[in-house]
Design a protein. Structure first.
Length: 382
C-alpha cells in the first residue's frame, strides 16, 4: 500500500525546538551564502573570518552596537505589532517621519534649554512614527483593510517626503550630499562613560524590558494575546478590536519613529536622504529571529549591526558591500522557512488513513491567509 506525506500541525512546541530551529536555519543561510560566494570566486572562509575579526574587537563591538541601535527600535516595533497579528511593514516610513519631525524641531524649533528640547525631540520622533502608523491603522480598524499593504505603500510616501526635504529646502548649503546640517552639539545625547556607546542604548534596553513586562503582566498585554489567538472570542468577551488595533499600531509606529531619534541625537546628528536604509524591513527579520521576545530583539539587533559593519570591512578583499544585504535576505528566507517546521511536521500516512467521512474536510492543514482574517473566518465557521 502506497504511503503519502501529510502536513500536521504540532500541538506542543518545546522551548528547545524554538531555540534550536532558528539557529539551525541561520547556519543554513550562511552555508548557502558561502556556496554563492565560492561560485563568484571568493573564499567563504576568508570572507567570514574577516567579518568575525572585524567584530571581535572592542572597537568592533562599539560600532556594532551603534549600527544596531536603529535596528533594535524597528525590531521592537515589528515584534509589538505582531503580538496581535498586525503586520507593521511600514518601519522605514515611520522611521523617516520620526526623524523628519525630530531634526525639524532641533534645527527650526524655538530655542530652549538642552534637556527640555531633547525631551520634545523624543516626543516628536514618537509622534511622527505614530502618525505614519495610524494612517494605516484607521482603515484597518474601521473597514478591515490590510495593514500589510497600507504600511508598506506608506513607506514610499514618507521616503519621498524625506528625500524632497533633503534635496530641497533642508539641504545643507555648499554640500554635495543630500543631508541637513548637524544639530547643535548641546542636543546630542552623551556617551556612557568612556565606552564610546551612546546613552540611547539605555533607553532601548528600558523600552525592551517595559514591553516584556507589558506583555506578561498587564491587562492590555493579555488582551493582545487573546485577540491574536481568537479575535471572535475577544469580541464576545467585550474587547474592542478597533480600539486595540489603533493602540497597537500606534505604539508600534511610535517605537519605529524612535529609530529616527537615535540617528539624530546619538549617531549621525543629522538626517540624510534615504536614511532608513531598509531598517524597517531588517526589523522584520530581527523580530522573527527573536521569536517576538523584546529582550532577545536587542541581542539580534546587535548581531545585525555587526553584520553591517563587517560587510563594509570585507570590501578590501574585493567582496561587494551588498554581501550584507544578501546575507540578511538569505537569513530572512531561511528563518521564515524554518518557522514552518516549528509549527508543522511532515508525516507519512497510508492511503487509507487519508480517507475519512465526507464531512471531515480536507486532511491537510491550510496555512495561507492573513493571520487576523484567518482566525476570524475560523471563528465564524466554528
Amino acid at each position: 500500500m502506497r504511503k503519502r506525506f501529510r502536513i500536521v500541525k504540532r500541538t506542543d512546541v518545546s522551548i528547545g525546538r524554538r531555540i534550536f530551529n532558528p539557529i539551525l536555519f541561520v547556519l543554513l543561510a550562511l552555508l548557502f551564502c558561502g556556496i554563492f560566494l565560492a561560485a563568484l570566486g571568493f573564499n567563504p572562509f576568508t570572507v567570514y573570518g574577516k567579518m568575525l575579526k572585524t567584530i571581535c574587537t572592542p572597537n568592533g563591538i562599539t560600532r556594532s552596537i551603534q549600527a544596531g541601535l536603529p535596528l533594535m527600535f524597528t525590531g521592537l516595533a515589528v515584534a509589538f505589532g505582531y503580538r496581535m497579528n498586525l503586520n507593521n511593514i511600514g518601519g522605514d516610513g515611520q522611521y523617516a517621519l520620526g526623524a523628519i519631525l525630530c531634526v525639524g524641531f532641533a534645527l527650526y524649533g524655538p530655542e530652549m534649554p538642552a534637556v527640555p528640547k531633547i525631551i520634545v525631540m523624543f516626543l516628536c520622533a514618537m509622534a511622527g512614527g505614530a502618525i505614519a502608523a495610524l494612517i494605516a491603522a484607521i482603515p484597518k480598524a474601521l473597514w478591515n483593510v490590510s495593514e500589510t499593504i497600507l504600511t508598506m505603500m506608506l513607506n514610499y510616501v514618507f521616503l519621498y517626503v524625506l528625500n524632497y526635504l533633503m534635496y530641497g529646502p533642508w539641504k545643507e548649503l555648499n554640500q554635495m550630499v543630500a543631508q541637513t546640517r548637524v544639530i547643535p552639539e548641546k542636543y546630542w545625547l552623551p556617551d556612557i562613560g568612556n565606552t564610546g556607546v551612546n546613552s540611547i542604548l539605555i533607553i532601548v534596553i528600558l523600552m525592551a524590558v517595559a514591553l516584556y513586562f507589558f506583555h506578561k503582566k498587564t491587562t492590555k498585554g493579555f488582551q493582545m494575546e487573546v485577540i491574536r489567538r481568537s479575535p471572535r472570542a475577544a469580541q464576545y468577551s467585550g474587547m474592542s478590536l478597533a480600539k486595540n488595533i489603533l493602540l497597537v499600531l500606534g505604539v508600534s509606529g511610535a517605537i519605529a519613529g524612535l529609530a529616527g531619534f537615535a540617528q539624530v541625537t546619538s549617531i549621525i546628528h543629522r538626517v540624510q536622504a534615504d536614511l532608513p536604509n531598509n531598517a524597517g524591513y531588517t526589523g522584520i527579520v530581527i523580530a522573527f529571529l527573536a521569536a517576538l521576545n523584546p529582550l532577545v530583539v536587542l541581542i539580534v539587533g546587535f548581531l545585525f549591526g555587526a553584520l553591517q559593519i563587517s560587510a563594509v570591512a570585507v570590501q578590501i578583499t574585493g567582496v561587494p558591500s551588498q554581501v550584507a544585504t544578501m546575507i540578511q535576505g538569505s537569513i530572512m528566507l531561511f528563518v521564515i522557512a524554518g518557522e514552518f517546521f516549528i509549527r508543522y511536521r511532515i508525516v507519512k500516512v497510508k492511503d487509507t488513513q487519508l480517507e475519512g467521512p465526507p464531512d471531515s474536510g480536507p486532511p491537510d492543514q491550510v496555512i495561507a491567509k492573513e493571520p487576523v482574517q484567518a482566525l476570524e473566518k475560523g471563528g465564524e465557521q466554528a
